[in-house]
Design a protein around this ligand. Structure first.
Ligand SMILES: Cc1ncc(COP(=O)(O)O)c(C=O)c1O
Length: 400
C-alpha cells in the first residue's frame, strides 16, 4: 500500500525556493555569507554565543570529540560515557576518534540516560573522561544534574542534541548546557537541510578550535575573511609574516567538514518557522496520545510535555504476548503508516558492536527492551487532523 502517513516529510516551499535561488544568483556555492548567517542565527536560537556549521551531525560529533581530546590532552582509549540507545553515529564517532564508549541504561519512559546511573558509573570507574548524553526523540537528559556531576568529577560534557531542536529544559534550550553540543539537520529531523550539522558552545576557544578542525586545521580566522566579507584580508596585513597565506598554512591536522551555501540557506529558511514546527509536532503528539489512550497497557505511549520538540511519535510495545513489534509494524505499513525501529541497544543489538556483547549482557535492561520492542511513526507538521484520526483508527483496527 502507498505510504499515507510518512515518518517525516520535506516540502520545498516558496521560502526555501527563494533561499536556494539566492545562492545560485550569488555565484558562491562553498561556505560564505549564508553559512555565517546560519551560524549566527542557530546560536541565537539555541542561546549560545557561538555555533559552527559542519556537513553532518556525525561530523559535528567527530569534530566535537576531537576538540575535547585536544583540549583535555586525552589519550587514545579514554572513556566516553554515553547512551546505549541512540542512532549509531553517536557511538561510531567515539570509536573513530580512538575513544572508548561506556554505556549506562536509559529511563524506560524518556529513553535517555539518568543522573543516578551516570553517577554510579563515575564513582565505580573513576577514569571517565567525557560525558556524552543523548537527547533522544527530543526528550531531555537532566542536564542540570549532568553538569553537577561533570563539575564534581572535572570532566567536560558534549550534548548530542541531533534529535532535539528547540526542546526546553526549565526554560533553556537543549544544546546550551554542555561545554558544547551537536545538532543534525538531516532530512528526517525537525529543521531540515538535507545533510548538515552544527555545534554550539559558549566557549570562544572551543569555537575557534572547531573552525580549524572542520577546515583542515588551517590558520585562517574565517570570520574575518570569507564569511563576513566574501574576501580574505590582503596578505600584507600579516605584519612581520612575509609570504604568509593563512588559508594554506595548517598548524594542526583537521578534516574537511565544510558545508555548501545551499544547506545553510535551507537551514535559515526552516529556522524562520522553527516555533511553528515545534508547536505543530507537539500538538500532534498530544492529539495521538488522547486518541490512543485506551490502548495503554498494550502500548506504552510517549510521555507528553509541552516543552519537548518531538522528532517523531515513539511507541513501545507494552505486552509483547498480545502483539509483537514485527507484526504491529507490518500491519501498520500494510495500511499506509510508515514505521522505524527505535535504533537498538548498541552493545547488545548492533552487529558492529558485538565485541561488547559479553561485557553488557543483562546490564542494560531498559535499553535492551526498547531496542527490541520500540518503534516510531511520524508526528510531523504536515499531518492534518484527518491524518491523525486515520492513525488512531488503524491502531484500533489492528489491536481490537
Ligand atoms: C542522536 C543522533 N546523533 C547523531 C546523528 C548523526 O547525524 P547525521 O545523520 O546528520 O550525520 C543522528 C542522525 O540521525 C542522530 O539521530
Amino acid at each position: 500500500m502507498k505510504i499515507r502517513i510518512s515518518v517525516g516529510e520535506f516540502r520545498l516551499g516558496k521560502r526555501e525556493e527563494q533561499a536556494l535561488m539566492e545562492v545560485i544568483d550569488s555565484g558562491k556555492l562553498s561556505e560564505g555569507r549564508k553559512t555565517y548567517e546560519f551560524e549566527k542565527a542557530w546560536a541565537a536560537y539555541i542561546g549560545t554565543k557561538y555555533s559552527v556549521a559542519v556537513n553532518s551531525g556525525t561530523s559535528a560529533l567527530i569534530a566535537g570529540l576531537f576538540a575535547l581530546k585536544e583540549m583535555y590532552h586525552l589519550k587514545n582509549g579514554a572513556k566516553v560515557l554515553t547512551s546505549p540507545l541512540t542512532f549509531i553515529a553517536t557511538v561510531n564517532a567515539i570509536m573513530v576518534r580512538g575513544l572508548t564508549p561506556v554505556f549506562v541504561d536509559v529511563d524506560p519512559q524518556t529513553f535517555v540516560i539518568t543522573p543516578e546511573k551516570i553517577r554510579e558509573v563515575m564513582k565505580r570507574e573513576k577514569d571517565i573522561a567525557i560525558l556524552l548524553p543523548v537527547h533522544l526523540m527530543g526528550y531531555p537528559v537532566d542536564m542540570h544534574e549532568v553538569n553537577r556531576i561533570a563539575q564534581e568529577f572535572s570532566v567536560p560534557v558534549i550534548e548530542d542534541a541531533a534529535q532535539a531542536h528547540g526542546t526546553l529544559l526549565k526554560g533553556k534550550k537543549l544544546g546550551s548546557f554542555g561545554d558544547l553540543a551537536i545538532f543534525s539537520f538531516y532530512i528526517a529531523h525537525n529543521i531540515q537541510a538535507g545533510e548538515m550539522g552544527a555545534l554550539t558552545t559558549n566557549n570562544a576557544v572551543i569555537a575557534k578550535l572547531l573552525k580549524k578542525i572542520k577546515a583542515h586545521g588551517r590558520m585562517c580566522e574565517c570570520n574575518v575573511c570569507t564569511r563576513s566579507k566574501g574576501i580574505c584580508p590582503p596578505l600584507d596585513s600579516y605584519k612581520g609574516k612575509e609570504d604568509f597565506d593563512p588559508r594554506f598554512y595548517h598548524d594542526m591536522i583537521g578534516f574537511n567538514f565544510k558545508i555548501m551555501e545551499f544547506q545553510a540557506a535551507l537551514g535559515l529558511s526552516q529556522l524562520k518557522k522553527a516555533d511553528e514546527i515545534f508547536q505543530k509536532r507537539n500538538m500532534n503528539v498530544f492529539y495521538l496520545n488522547e486518541g490512543l489512550s485506551d490502548l495503554f497497557g498494550i502500548l506504552r505511549l510517549p510521555l507528553y510535555s509541552k516543552d519537548v520538540s518531538y522528532l517523531a511519535y515513539p511507541i513501545v510495545i507494552g505486552d509483547p504476548k498480545k502483539i509483537d513489534r514485527f507484526t504491529l509494524r507490518r500491519e501498520l505499513e500494510k495500511r499506509g503508516i510508515e514505521t522505524r525501529p527505535l535504533f537498538g541497544c548498541i552493545p547488545l543489538q548492533q552487529p558492529a558492536y558485538s565485541f561488547m556483547k559479553k561485557e553488557y549482557q543483562g546490564k542494560l535492561p531498559h535499553a535492551e527492551y526498547i531496542g527490541r520492542h520500540g518503534f516510531y511513526i511520524g508526528c510531523h507538521q504536515y499531518l492534518s487532523k484527518k491524518d491523525l484520526d486515520f492513525v488512531i483508527k488503524v491502531f484500533h483496527e489492528i489491536l481490537a
